[in-house]
Design a protein around this ligand. Structure first.
Ligand SMILES: Nc1ncnc2c1ncn2[C@@H]1O[C@H](COP(=O)(O)OP(=O)(O)O)[C@@H](O)[C@H]1O
Ligand SMILES: [Mg+2]
Length: 280
């Protein structure tokens, strides 16, 4: 059958032999994080049914799939945000650089500095632009003195592509910014504590197309320094920003492969059904 109709327009197709070579090379890349047999329950209800997934360093992994399939649940396992949800239980193993993030010696607050998160709706603190970014470095004691803190704030805002727009208004509230700027502020806030992994849960869903394009460009730049996992319900976005894509369905991870491969040559008919818009 032809799945052409499901191929997002932006995806440039390369010769199949090239893709296969890249695919083999990509599969051999070291994993920054690994999930093995991850099951999640909310009370008696099982939301994830044993997820095995490798998250490779300095790549963008997109998680796609129909609403309610467990994308956000899985993302929250990676930095233990599910710990804060009452009645939520996680089984299996998740490792960061080979170390179990659910291990007894691991402090969840420290973990979340290494594995940062950006949410669906921009959620700046009710503080100034400066203090939003300085918040993490302050509580983690990452800057000694004012000059160093100024430096961290400036670097983080630059990396988030926001510095030029806010450098003359750092004392204004974060909430005075536009939605797209607020989301970049939240990215700057995540970056300020020098994370290794950044998790993004539908980070553009509340933004207009121009702000979305800005964030997508930013994600591509950030990949050089961070490992990124992004949940998106927008397949064009997954195709534009990610190198790897994992398709989730009813609490299972159906397949994970190079993004190009998932969108042009999916192995599983459930993936085919989703990318061709038969459901979801
Ligand atoms: N806090 C919660 N309490 C109970 N059930 C939840 C909670 N969060 C998610 N779920 C359920 O877990 C399943 C997966 O949800 P979720 O991870 O939010 O999916 P997705 O992000 O793919 O839309 C859904 O059936 C959802 O209703
Ligand atoms: Mg979700």
């Amino acid at each position: 059958m032809s799945i052409k109709s499901g191929i997002p327009g932006q995806l440039k197709l390369r010769p199949r032999a090239d893709r296969q070579t890249d695919r083999a090379a990509a599969a051999a890349l070291p994993a920054k994080m690994t999930a093995r047999g991850v099951k999640v329950f909310y009370g008696a209800k099982q939301a994830l049914k044993g997820i095995d997934l490798d998250i490779q360093e300095n790549r963008v992994l997109a998680l796609i799939g129909p609403s309610g399939c467990g994308k956000s649940t899985f993302l929250r396992c990676l930095n233990r945000m599910n710990d804060t949800i009452e009645g939520c239980r996680v089984e299996g193993r998740i490792a960061l650089d080979g170390e179990d993030v659910y291990g007894k010696a691991v402090d969840a607050v420290q973990l979340r500095a290494r594995v940062g998160m950006v949410f669906q709706k921009p959620n700046p603190f009710p503080k100034s632009i400066y203090d939003n970014v300085a918040y993490g470095p302050r509580i983690h004691g990452l800057a000694s003195g004012r000059d160093e803190l100024d430096e961290v704030v400036q670097t983080s805002l630059k990396r988030a592509g926001l510095w030029a727009e806010v450098k003359d208004r750092l004392r204004e509230p974060g909430t005075s910014l536009s939605g797209g700027q607020q989301q970049r502020l939240c990215i700057a806030r995540a970056i300020a504590v020098s994370p290794e992994v950044i998790l993004m849960d539908e980070p553009c869903s509340a933004l207009d197309p121009i702000a979305t394009a800005h964030i997508e460009e930013l994600i591509d730049e950030l990949r050089a320094n961070y490992t990124i996992v992004i949940v998106t319900h927008n397949m064009q976005q997954a195709a534009r920003v990610s190198q790897r894509t994992a398709f989730f369905h009813l609490g299972e991870m159906v397949e994970c492969d190079d993004t190009e491969e998932i969108f042009t040559n999916p192995r599983d008919e459930r993936t085919q059904g989703y990318i061709t818009g038969r459901y979801g």
